[in-house]
Design a protein around this ligand. Structure first.
Ligand SMILES: [Zn+2]
Length: 453
């Protein structure tokens, strides 16, 4: 039993500079909420109380209001968090790809510094083995009864592991919680927690995996039917986060809470899903970092999930043997003095799936990625076409829903962002994707579940 054995260290310092990142040596709790879009958390002013525990933690934390993910699929996104690299650098462009042998993970670096490391994941897309996602973890618990595991069960196992540690062990605990991923099926008390007065607008297409347990004639095409359950699932995750927070000593444990990507809920032709798109509702994510003694604040600078590895290493006072090979940058200087770093572009990518853009008539080349760059209030997206590429340019201040494509009206802006995107893409391509060979049986199972298109 390790919980609360150590004498609590009372920190009065209010800035990181005064506190020092290694005094006392910190443990790390890293919680990933799968498929949780930022604007459905009450932390970010959502109208429903979906995240009371996260809000309470945020009052003592650094909250990033402009955090973006590098990919809208689960495994590529987590691989970017774990390596500080973009998907076309670490090699996991889609679920069921292999991590490049040259990529070094956060867990490996912490393990080399003596951390005990355990990971508890909740979906088959986070399976270890050939994917390499488990590199550096002494425990990678992906034993799922089906393709997913309820957050309560995953947290049970994580807490058991925590209890098994010695009081002197420094730990890195990674917990991945999946209930907000479709089909939205949290425990019943959460599924019925939020009810709408109206059914909401009709949904044009409901992805097959959202309705896999429903008879065809019972399929509901009202948007709020799904949103209510989605919001309930987020509240369930928040309660499970609370169990983890109650089990660690917050005087000496850093806590990171993040989502791997968001979800489109009625905004597009292809909805109730993620991946194959880089719209803001899918790439804009919650990000909260609690460090004992650090000044609580909200930071509005754009940050990326590739920044997590260098930030956490600095916070843990662990040297980064990857050096400048990491694409991200440490956010600690900004957190210490509130400095605004140089303006920077934010990049995201997605596998090109034509069906998701059938309303646009796009015929996409699946072998190349959809690439997006967000810079100074504008976003440019390149859709790789089979004949020629398609470009979309959005003025995010005037058009936050990304509806009006301005490629023909904003030629200079288009060229500027194209240069950013092309430079990034050219420089970053260092590995070829290496898909894992799946059996025909596994492929069929995954297709039904919506993991293979
Ligand atoms: Zn995911």
């Amino acid at each position: 039993m390790r919980r609360f054995i150590r004498t609590a260290v009372v920190l009065t310092a209010v800035t990181l500079a005064a506190c020092g990142p290694s005094d006392p040596p910190l443990d790390l709790l890293f919680v990933s909420f799968d498929t949780v879009r930022r604007d459905h958390l009450s932390l970010y002013e959502y109208r429903r109380a979906t995240s009371p525990r996260l809000e309470a933690l945020a009052e003592k934390s650094v909250v990033f209001s402009e955090a973006y993910t590098q990919s809208t699929k689960t495994a590529p996104s987590h691989a970017s968090m774990f390596t500080g690299l973009y998907p076309h650098q670490h090699g996991i462009l889609d679920n069921f790809h292999r991590l490049s042998p040259s990529a070094v993970t956060l867990a490996e670096l912490l393990q080399q510094s003596g951390f005990r490391s355990g990971a508890f994941v909740s979906s088959s897309t986070m399976t270890g083995g050939p994917s390499g996602l488990q590199r550096g973890f002494e425990v990678w618990d992906d034993k799922l009864e089906s393709h997913r595991r309820s957050a309560g069960l995953t947290v049970d196992r994580a807490l058991r592991w925590l209890d098994s540690l010695e009081a002197t062990d420094r730990f890195f605990l990674f917990v991945h919680l999946y209930d907000a991923h479709g089909p939205y099926a949290p425990p019943e008390e959460y599924a019925s927690l939020f009810l709408s007065e109206s059914p909401g607008p009709p949904v044009e297409i409901v992805p097959a995996y959202q309705i896999q347990f429903v008879e065809e004639q019972q399929i509901d095409f009202d948007l709020n039917h799904y949103v209510n359950r989605y919001d309930g699932a987020i509240r369930y995750l928040d309660d499970q986060l609370g169990r983890l927070l109650d089990a660690v000593d917050l005087d000496r444990t850093a806590v990171l809470v993040v989502a791997d990507h968001g979800e489109t809920l009625g905004e597009r032709y292809w909805s109730l899903d993620h991946g194959g798109q880089v719209f803001d509702e899918q790439i804009r994510i919650p990000l909260v970092l609690y460090l004992p003694g650090a000044k609580p604040q909200w930071l509005a600078n754009p940050v990326e999930t590739v920044d997590l590895l260098p930030t956490l290493l600095e916070a843990m006072a662990v040297s980064n043997s990857r050096g400048s090979d990491v694409a991200g940058r440490s956010l600690m200087p900004e957190m210490a003095n509130g400095a605004r770093l140089a303006k920077r572009p934010v990049f995201s990518s997605a596998i090109a799936l034509s069906q998701r853009h059938a309303d646009r008539g796009y015929e996409l080349d699946r072998n190349r990625l959809i690439l997006g760059v967000r810079y100074e209030g504008w976003k440019l997206v390149r859709y790789p076409g089979q004949q020629e590429d398609y470009w979309e340019l959005y003025d995010l201040e005037a058009d936050p829903d990304e509806r009006v494509n301005l490629v023909d009206q904003q030629v200079e802006r288009l060229e500027e962002l194209k240069r950013l995107l092309e430079d990034w893409n050219r420089l970053a391509t260092i590995v070829e994707p290496d898909p894992i060979e799946l059996s025909e049986e596994d492929k069929e199972k995954l297709r039904v579940l919506g993991y293979l298109d």
